[in-house]
Design a protein around this ligand. Structure first.
Ligand SMILES: *[C@@H]1O[C@H](CO)[C@@H](O)[C@H](O)[C@H]1NC(C)=O
Ligand SMILES: *[C@@H]1O[C@H](CO)[C@@H](O)[C@H](O)[C@H]1NC(C)=O
Ligand SMILES: *[C@@H]1O[C@H](CO)[C@@H](O)[C@H](O)[C@H]1NC(C)=O
Ligand SMILES: *[C@@H]1O[C@H](CO)[C@@H](O)[C@H](O)[C@H]1NC(C)=O
Ligand SMILES: *[C@@H]1O[C@H](CO)[C@@H](O)[C@H](O)[C@H]1NC(C)=O
Length: 462
């Protein structure tokens, strides 16, 4: 009966709170997705939902990329207003003027800012907040909390929300065990997020969507993304032969060379060596799990990082998980990853020269060596670190679900909107002004009485 009463209460109170802060059937939300190499403006649009037990009906109506990324301003933060001003002006021209004041603005940064020294990251975000917090510049709804660097776990949880949202999971009354887990591979970090079957001893992230709370396990491994992993391999080789200005990179294909300027300013040439065995050895040195006696809580995935067992969930592997398995032909006809086939195919591919790889797969020269590294990295990460059996068919590789990109930014906006509705609902309960209170409580009690009577009557019938 308690549940019914709560249900009754929320039916009475929540539509009111929604109605009071929307003046139109359409709502907009503005997101600045501050990535490491660019910022992307994303504008979402949705009709007012009727009940908090419904899912939102969100549409990405506009997107535009602005180069460079905000971390390029670390040595000249005075230029941030000019940079953000361009993005803001674009947003102002897209969202109808009458809705500017009721449109929330978010600016969220990911791994590119997570790797900066803390003081640099704070300085960047402070100037962004100063600029966006100025109401004569920014007409949108602003809160310092929504202009921030995301933690890796938030990024993982928001990716999970986006994937399950696009599958129409929320509001469907399906049990949490039918949600899909998400594996995400970015440039800087890689995320794993799912609803475990058992308890979650660390890294729990509760998410409330369409009236249901989900308890997620989420972890983000910083420096395990595609770009940073290539960088770590380079550092490994530098440390192995600190005096050499010519390094042989086993994870790059023969015939592929890149030169770069090292920390002390000397030019170093990296030459591809097409050696999968040695490449895998280096990769595995980054994936070691901690010894039994230094892993608490257990079990550990990489290093001392706790991860509960995978259970029986299906996973979606998104972003940079898509390209290498596709190029290495390691997907079954349903788009599911075949881990063993990927490993075998990567070993063959990694022994080729750059020219042979291009000839064999039609891939572009600039990505060819990357597929060798990712081809070896992904199977190892999934099996020895995360604990997937190499024969699994539970990993669905996809960058889109129902035609739309699985993007943490979509999940972040949905998450924040659910929070806003929840706090509005709490406010409506607690902060009704003195004069209205007796009237409101009378109405509430009468309605509650009707709901209770109706349910009793219904129970008698059944
Ligand atoms: C807000 O922006 C206006 C217009 O650019 C500027 O004149 C004013 O100094 C700014 N206020 C603050 C507190 O930065
Ligand atoms: C890389 O270096 C090798 C050996 O010097 C050379 O034969 C090859 O053409 C170079 N490849 C590129 C893409 O520069
Ligand atoms: C390219 O592939 C074709 C067959 O697909 C083969 O006949 C040819 O020798 C290959 N060329 C090189 C340079 O590997
Ligand atoms: C990939 O192949 C190598 C070499 O055959 C093997 O040592 C490794 O265990 C394999 N990894 C997976 C995940 O199958
Ligand atoms: C209560 O239940 C009876 C059937 O037992 C039904 O005829 C009646 O319409 C119901 N009343 C209300 C208020 O739902």
């Amino acid at each position: 009966m308690g549940t019914y009463l709560l249900l009754g209460l929320s039916m009475i109170l929540i539509p009111n709170s929604l109605a009071s802060h929307t003046t139109s059937a359409w709502n907009y939300g503005v997101m600045f997705d501050a990535g490491s190499s660019s910022s992307k403006l994303k504008i979402y649009k949705w009709p007012t939902r009727l009940s908090t037990a419904d899912a939102f009906d969100m549409d990405l109506m506009y997107t535009q990329r602005f180069k460079p990324g905000i971390s390029d301003y670390v040595y000249h933060p005075d230029d941030i207003p000019g940079y953000l001003g361009k993005i803001l002006n674009k947003a102002k021209s897209i969202v109808p003027v009458t809705l500017h004041h009721s449109t929330p603005l978010f600016m969220m940064a990911t791994a590119g800012l997570r790797v900066l020294p803390e003081s640099d990251a704070i300085a960047l975000m402070t100037s962004a907040r100063q600029y966006l917090g100025n109401a004569s510049v920014n007409p949108f709804t602003y809160s310092p909390h929504t202009v921030r660097i995301l933690s890796g776990e938030e990024e993982g949880a928001y990716g999970w929300i986006a994937a399950n949202y696009l599958r129409n999971f929320f509001g469907s009354n399906k049990p949490p065990s039918q949600a899909v887990g998400v594996l995400e591979m970015g440039g800087g970090s890689t995320q794993i997020t799912f609803v475990p079957d058992g308890p979650i001893l660390a890294n729990m992230f509760p998410v409330r969507m369409a009236g249901v709370t989900y308890y997620l396990y989420a972890h983000s491994y910083l420096y395990y993304g595609q770009t940073y992993m290539a960088y770590r391999i380079r550092r490994y080789l530098e440390e192995e032969s600190p005096l050499d200005t010519e390094l042989y990179n086993p994870c790059m294909l023969r015939g592929d060379n890149v030169s770069y300027s090292s920390d002390d300013g000397t030019t170093v040439i990296l030459r591809g060596d097409s050696n999968p065995t040695k490449c895998l050895e280096i990769l595995n040195s980054f994936l070691q799990s901690a010894e039994e006696n230094s892993c608490y809580p257990k079990p550990c995935a990489i290093g001392q990082i706790y991860q509960p067992s995978l259970g029986t969930d299906t996973f979606f592997a998104i972003s940079a998980y898509v390209y290498a398995p596709t190029t290495l032909r390691a997907l079954d006809p349903f788009g599911r990853l075949k881990i063993k086939a990927m490993n075998t195919s990567a070993h063959q591919y990694c022994r080729m020269t750059l020219a042979q790889a291009i000839n064999a797969t039609g891939t572009a020269a600039e990505y060819a060596s990357g597929y060798c590294m990712m081809g070896l990295y992904i199977p190892s990460l999934l099996t020895s670190s995360y604990g997937f059996p190499s024969s699994t068919n539970r990993i669905q590789v996809a960058d889109k679900i129902n035609g739309e990109s699985v993007d943490w930014a979509l999940g972040a906006v949905l998450y924040e909107l659910e929070q806003i509705d929840y706090y509005n609902w709490l406010e409506t309960c607690g902060e009704v002004s003195g004069g209205q209170r007796p009237v409101v409580s009378l109405v509430v009690w009468v309605l509650l009485g009707m709901v209770t009577f109706y349910i009793r009557n219904l129970t008698n019938v059944l």
